[in-house]
Design a protein around this ligand. Structure first.
Ligand SMILES: [Zn+2]
Length: 437
């Protein structure tokens, strides 16, 4: 653990959301201060508003001046795989081939503790480079991989959700466990890390194909014994995956029905992809308050299909946005929003920029049931922030010459921006990208 951050004031343009913006004109859904100030103490926001109205008591505090930049809540990634850093951008396969050809071979390397530590640290540095302060992360089936990620996140005081992947069949032995090992190792990791500082555990069966009924049965018991933990898995990404799942679970009503039968749906269940769902399955997600996680970059890269974002919103199903690195091709949530926009266009829905940034911040905090802790600039919440520079590259500077509104600026940032547009990332009030305060 690092020492408690200094009391400080950040100056800049502040943007924070209170609800999902229905349009760019939905000014009720967000607050914006063109000359804002944010006072931080003990890792939490203690005041925010117009800089000219900064109370006397904060005026002697150290000031970080980000005046021309936008200060937003830190971005949240609700679905990513840290062990896949080594296979991001691997060519020419759809889901099941991609797993077999690249992913399982790469994940086998995580038997090595030192390798786990090296990649875990590199991964968290990459998140910070991209303004991402919280993520829901898959490790590998090796408990050491999850342990290394928790250890590295704890050292940075990051709010992080992660779990060891559970898989006992349909993949090489080097990446498989057994039902009992899956239970015992998950239990050990829950005891060691769940609610330790800002960390939470996610029970993480990879997907139904690689978990036997015996394993899912034990995971049901584990989830029932640890109701504060998350459950994260994949659902209905690709037609071959769906067909194989139904072959392996012939008694299930459908793919969603497999998880339903084993009690794995619920308000803390993060279901990656959810592309090819029937009305019955959508109803099951809604009734259980499960979360559909939209991973646009990955869905385009693997040719998996087009997520029905507006349909999910209409059906009142909670939606998270995720990178799904390494099938997703960028660590950047800006790039993720850009790809989400393109998929929504193909589905006949224009995702407005305010809605995108709501999704990356408060929307994702709600998806993780963490509203009130992260995802806004509200007083009392944790000071996880990203500072955005919409003039970071020459192409952006040229484009910004003809930008006349905040909505346009946000859209340019998501379309042309990347890690270079993240001027700073604060984790618990501490600058983590460019310097240590
Ligand atoms: Zn995934």
């Amino acid at each position: 653990m690092t020492a408690s951050p200094l009391s400080q004031v950040l100056k800049g343009r502040l943007l924070t959301f209170s609800d999902r913006p229905r349009s760019v004109d939905d000014t009720e859904s967000y607050a914006y201060w063109a000359h804002g100030a944010l006072a931080i103490q003990g890792g939490k926001i203690v005041w925010r508003g117009d800089a000219a109205k900064l109370p006397q008591v904060y005026q002697t505090w150290q000031v970080m001046d980000h005046r021309d930049h936008l200060i937003l809540p830190g971005f949240i990634d609700t679905h990513t795989h840290f062990p896949q850093m080594g296979v991001i951008g691997s060519y020419g396969a759809q889901l099941l081939d991609w797993l077999e050809t690249y992913t399982y071979k790469q994940e086998a390397r995580f038997e090595d503790t030192l390798y786990c530590q090296t990649v875990a640290n590199a991964f968290l540095d990459e998140l910070i480079n991209n303004g991402v302060t919280t993520a829901a992360v898959y490790a590998t089936s090796h408990p050491g991989s999850a342990h290394a990620l928790f250890e590295a996140a704890h050292a940075r005081d990051m709010r992080m959700i992660a779990g060891k992947v559970l898989m006992d069949r349909g993949a090489p032995d080097a990446v498989c466990d057994t039902p009992q090992r899956a239970y015992d190792e998950s239990k050990y990791l829950i005891d060691a890390w769940h609610n330790e500082g800002r960390l939470s555990y996610a029970i993480t069966p990879r997907f139904a194909i690689t978990s036997s009924p015996a394993q899912l049965e034990l995971m049901q018991a584990l989830a029932a014994e640890n109701t504060g933990c998350y459950v994260q898995t994949h659902l209905s990404e690709n037609q071959f995956e769906i067909d194989e799942t139904l072959r392996l679970y012939p008694a299930a009503k459908d793919y969603t029905g497999v998880y339903e039968d084993y009690g794995l749906l619920g308000p803390r269940s993060l279901l990656g992809h959810c592309i090819h769902l029937s009305d019955r399955e959508l109803g099951a997600l809604k009734n259980s308050d499960s979360i559909a996680v939209f991973c646009p970059s990955s869905n385009l890269f693997l040719g998996s299909g087009l997520f029905d974002y507006s349909g999910m919103i209409e059906a009142d199903i909670r939606v998270g946005f995720g990178t799904d690195v390494g099938a997703g091709t960028s660590y950047s949530m800006l790039a993720t929003a850009a790809d989400a926009y393109k998929i929504c266009q193909l589905k006949g829905y224009s995702l407005n920029p305010f809605e995108s940034y709501f999704g990356l911040t408060l929307g994702n905090a709600r998806a993780l049931s963490l509203e009130g802790k992260i995802g806004t600039l509200e007083v009392g919440t944790e000071a996880d922030l990203c500072v955005l520079n919409s003039h970071a590259t020459s192409a952006m500077r040229t484009r910004m010459e003809s930008v006349n509104s905040l909505a346009e600026e946000l859209f340019v940032l998501q379309t042309l921006g990347d890690d270079r547009s993240i001027a700073e990332t604060y984790v618990g009030g501490r600058a983590r990208k460019t310097s240590a305060i």
